[in-house]
Design a protein around this ligand. Structure first.
Ligand SMILES: Cc1ncc(COP(=O)(O)O)c(C=O)c1O
Length: 389
């Protein structure tokens, strides 16, 4: 039989029939510690000679189930989970990098990620070159000079640029660098970076994976060896996912494909509406034919995602008037949820950055990020119409 599709896998991999109770949903195992009747079996599990769990900072059955489903959806051997997306990102960077090494990345990745390259890693004598994500030649040339890790995000948050992952991963492989891709915006439904050559794929599971605005989480997917290195760092530093959030994320994955397909469709329609609106000076969405990377996105992605951004004429002053008028969009710092969420990068993706840092990262101050939910798209468009009029 061919491999089942995303919806089938999402629904069935998230079930597990309990041999005693026949309950079919994955249980929330809230235990901190797991007890053994004899020291020998305890030690065999503790030394990873036998499967099992010892202490939930290290591993937990509910969290393990979430990791296995995510590895399957991303098409990788293994995955390890974290308390948040940033815990996954910072742990990956600190697990894999040492003083004297060099990172090549892009300047318009998620704000807190960008600050790792400009503020945190340089403190450990790790050189970080953050480049223009539209300059693929420049990125390739920087990688060819020799580097240890290439960190990418595609589409980017919040300006929705699309990087040629196959091309950049190939350049990284030529110099033996590890490639890490943040796939939060695309989700495994729209894009699988490992199939394009990435070594590690990261998600802020807080976003589309959760989708119900009620759990934080992060995950790193990749080969057993690399994920093992990241896991080891997490085991020692402690940013583990909690079992209750893991349960919520597992529950959410059952509808991930359904939600993302609706969000892809809604975002495209909203983007098409906004680009014709006289109050909007520019729309950023890879699904629009005039997007600079539309052809690449069409080749690389199965859908263009549920987030778009736009520039409002009149900048911040207009944003302050328009956003509170929206009735079907919450002003909040999240995305990928069933409800539409809207906000400027200054209050969302780049809230940790100063105005100068946002300008350096190429983020216009008048930008609005609009993360569509699964509402009826006619209602979202009517809502935008009344707010912009
Ligand atoms: C692309 C991307 N990566 C990582 C993160 C960080 O995730 P978390 O908020 O779960 O730490 C975010 C948060 O918005 C994000 O948008």
């Amino acid at each position: 039989m061919p491999q089942a599709g995303f919806s089938t896998r999402s629904v069935h991999l998230t079930n597990q029939i309990d041999p005693h109770t026949h309950a079919m949903e994955v249980p929330i195992v809230l235990n901190t510690a797991f007890a053994y009747k004899d020291l020998e079996s305890w030690l065999r599990v503790a030394l990873h000679q036998e499967p099992g769990h010892i202490y939930s900072r290290n591993s937990n059955p509910t969290c393990r189930h979430f990791e296995e489903v995510m590895a399957d959806l991303e098409g990788t051997e293994a995955a390890t989970s974290f308390s948040t997306g940033m815990a996954a990102i910072s742990s990956t960077l600190l697990a894999l990098l040492s003083p004297g090494q060099r990172v090549v990345s892009i300047k318009d990745s998620y704000g807190a990620t960008y600050l790792h390259f400009t503020q945190i890693l340089p403190r450990f004598q790790i050189r970080c070159d953050v480049l223009d994500s539209e300059d693929h030649e420049g990125i390739e040339a920087a990688i060819a000079q020799g580097c240890d890790l290439v960190y990418l995000e595609s589409p980017t948050n919040p300006t929705l640029k699309v990087l040629d992952l196959r091309r950049i991963c190939a350049a990284a492989a030529r110099v033996g660098a590890v490639t890490v891709v943040d796939n939060t915006f695309a989700t495994p439904i729209n894009q699988n970076p490992a199939a394009l050559g990435a070594d590690l794929v990261i998600h802020s599971a807080t976003k589309f994976i959760c989708g119900h605005n009620d759990a934080l989480g992060g995950v790193v997917c990749g080969s057993r060896e690399l994920v093992g290195q990241v896991y080891r760092y997490r085991e020692l530093t402690g940013s583990a996912l909690d079992p209750f959030s893991a349960y919520l994320l597992i529950r959410s994955i059952k509808t991930l494909a359904l939600r993302v397909r609706q969000q892809n469709e809604n975002a495209l329609q909203v983007a098409r509406y906004l680009e014709r609106h006289p109050a909007v000076s520019r729309v950023y969405y890879p699904g629009l034919p005039h997007h600079p990377n539309h052809d690449l996105a069409t080749r690389q992605m199965r859908g263009f995602g549920g987030v778009l951004s736009f520039d409002l004429k009149g900048g911040m002053e207009t944003i302050e008037q328009v956003l509170p008028r929206l009735r079907h969009a919450y002003m909040a710092a999240n995305l990928g949820q069933v409800a539409t969420i809207v906000g400027p990068p200054a209050a969302t993706s780049h809230v940790e950055c100063t105005q100068e840092e946002r300008a350096a990262a190429g983020i216009p101050e008048g930008l609005v990020r609009y993360a569509v939910g699964i509402e009826d798209v006619e209602d979202l468009i009517a809502d935008l119409e009344q707010a912009l009029s």
